[in-house]
Design a protein around this ligand. Structure first.
Ligand code: CA
Ligand code: CA
Length: 222
């Protein structure tokens, strides 16, 4: 059964990774979907990384965060995000921040070339789209390269949401640009977040030690 959300044990790393990325990326952010040990995966109704929410908008399907080397999945030697169904994947910043879609790596989950469409949503109801087809190569860990890099042009500037219209995909190395530059206030927020994470982890350890916690059921929001 798909869980309510992403497992709480990853919350500190997700928060820190996001803020560090924003402070160091100088307007560009990359989403790498790390966080699972090799050969393992975890499912949830949605996934959050660095302030970006990824979810299946229609239907009951959820998303899965995979570590490297899962035998039944496409692989590039690192963690990635995928699903077993759903008509499309949707993502956007939870605060509504606009961004430029630069590129992402995508793989099909079987040895069949899969067509897919990418739709960008802009203000005033404007939508842009671009169509692609994968190469049909998916042989899992080792062997050939399962993922391909797809790049986007100026049509995908200043969007607030993206749909990848296909099912049974695997996504990695999403790159967006045009995000706000780091500020002194942002660095101060980073320090506050580090302190908050440290406090959160101490409380979690105490909770687990007493046996009153419910591991894996907390909803993570950044
Ligand atoms: Ca990765
Ligand atoms: Ca492929």
């Amino acid at each position: 059964m798909l869980g309510e959300a992403i497992i709480s044990v990853f919350a500190p790393s997700f928060v820190l990774f996001g803020l560090v990325a924003q402070c160091a990326a100088q307007g560009t952010m990359q989403f790498r979907f790390e966080g699972r040990a090799p050969g393992t995966w975890i499912t949830g109704s949605e996934y959050h990384e660095s302030g970006m929410r990824f979810w299946i908008p229609y239907g009951p399907e959820g998303v899965a965060l995979l570590g490297a080397g899962v035998s039944w999945a496409p692989d590039n030697g690192t963690g990635h995000l995928e699903t077993s169904g759903g008509e499309r994947l949707r993502f956007g910043f939870t605060n509504g921040m606009h961004f430029n879609l630069a590129s992402f790596d995508l793989a099909e989950d079987r040895m069949i070339a899969v067509p897919f469409e990418v739709v960008g949503y802009k203000d005033m109801g404007v939508m842009v789209s671009q169509s692609f087809t994968t190469d049909g190569i998916m042989d899992g860990p080792g062997g050939q390269a399962d993922f391909q890099t797809f790049q986007f042009d100026s049509r995908f500037v200043n969007v607030y949401q993206i749909d990848i219209i296909t099912s049974r995909w695997a996504l990695d190395n999403l790159v967006v640009s045009g995000v706000p530059e780091p500020t002194a206030g942002g660095l101060a927020a980073l320090g506050a977040a580090i302190a908050a994470c440290y406090s959160w982890m101490r409380k979690r350890r105490r909770c687990e030690g007493s046996g009153s916690g419910v591991p894996g059921r907390s909803v993570v929001r950044q």
